[in-house]
Design a protein around this ligand. Structure first.
Ligand code: SF4
Ligand code: SF4
Length: 309
């Protein structure tokens, strides 16, 4: 737009966290001193942004990809589903935009859009700015499907409390909103729950709602953020660890499609116990696996089995 910045980046950096210390120094007018980088960038391991091992958004977006849904996304940790190989999030504009966009797209396309698209947003984003688009879908006779994730905290920006967590920012117990009641109050008649860790069931429910010629709200249940210790996210998993059975692994790479950071590929020609040739095998890092069983559901050869920690 022709603007020139003459001053500012010398005191507020365009990299790193905007910490209270940086802001304090800037208010005092002191020049910003970048921390010394102690390792050479080329020596760092490659670690592209990814959802955590065990994150419930991984199986949900995998299910949406399998359904071939066009996903109007939103802003949050789940925006990482845009990255390959999951590649199951197609728009991200601003907080709350996905719900409005799916409603508008379905209105514009008519019945042709049924079964083809969905909006996904996190619970804190939903409370922040997802209510108005959902109310609009209910009021204006929309037929969109909106999926609300169960982070149970504000995931991406650092675990701030919100009206759905049951705690204030000071950690005091507070009222916890009921998402289904909100949906009803906004005029949504079709409210369903899914357990995103059950890929088959999730696909069935999402497919039904995407094909419904009325607005729907799908609430993810029992699948809080992996890093939210008080919600005990690991307690629901039957086994703490899974491993690839080298006698059975065919090297088909299907388990790599879910992009779990615990799973990697090991090159090396070989064969299964029953003589099936392969070019390599999948490997599960026992230090990273949390036992979510998502890869188990994806492997068609039953090659991923419970292991001991
Ligand atoms: S563990 Fe299963 S899905 Fe993964 S490469 Fe081996 S056979 Fe394929
Ligand atoms: S069970 Fe599979 S998908 Fe889940 S954390 Fe372990 S390796 Fe990753």
């Amino acid at each position: 737009m022709g603007y020139k910045i003459f001053h500012g980046k010398d005191i507020i950096p365009n990299m790193y966290e905007l910490s209270p210390e940086i802001v304090e120094q800037a208010v005092k007018g002191k020049a910003y001193k970048a921390p010394k980088i102690r390792v050479k960038p080329e020596d760092l391991p490659r670690r592209p942004p990814n959802l955590c091992a065990g994150c419930s958004h991984r199986p949900l977006f995998y299910a949406l990809k399998k359904l071939g849904a066009f996903v109007f996304g939103d802003i949050g940790c789940y925006t990482l589903a845009v990255a390959p190989p999951i590649s199951a999030l197609h728009t991200t504009i601003c907080m709350g935009a996905g719900g409005g966009m799916v409603h508008g797209a379905m209105k514009a396309m008519g019945k042709e859009a049924l079964g083809k698209m969905v909006a996904v947003l996190g619970d804190s984003t939903f409370l922040h700015s997802g209510l108005a688009p959902l109310m609009n879908a209910g009021y204006n006779k929309g037929n969109s499907t909106t999926i609300v994730l169960d982070n149970r905290i504000t995931g991406m920006t650092g675990h701030q409390e919100h009206a759905g967590t049951g705690f204030t920012v000071r950690g005091e117990v507070a009222n916890q909103v009921d998402y289904a009641e909100i949906g009803k109050a906004l005029g949504i008649k079709n409210i369903r729950y899914v357990d995103p860790y059950n890929i088959k069931e999730t696909m069935e429910i999402v497919k039904e709602e995407m094909n419904r010629d009325e607005a729907s709200l799908i609430l993810c249940k029992n699948s809080p953020c992996m890093l939210l210790r008080r919600a005990k996210p690991l307690e629901r998993f039957k086994n703490p660890l899974y491993a690839v059975n080298m006698d059975k692994c065919r090297g088909c790479k299907m388990c790599l499609e879910i992009n779990c950071p615990a799973i990697s590929w090991r090159e090396g020609a070989g064969q299964t116990k029953d003589g099936q040739k392969r070019k390599g095998t999948a490997y599960i890092n026992p230090d990273q696996c949390v036992g979510c069983e998502v890869c188990v559901q994806v492997c068609k050869f039953d090659a991923i089995e419970p292991a001991k920690k």
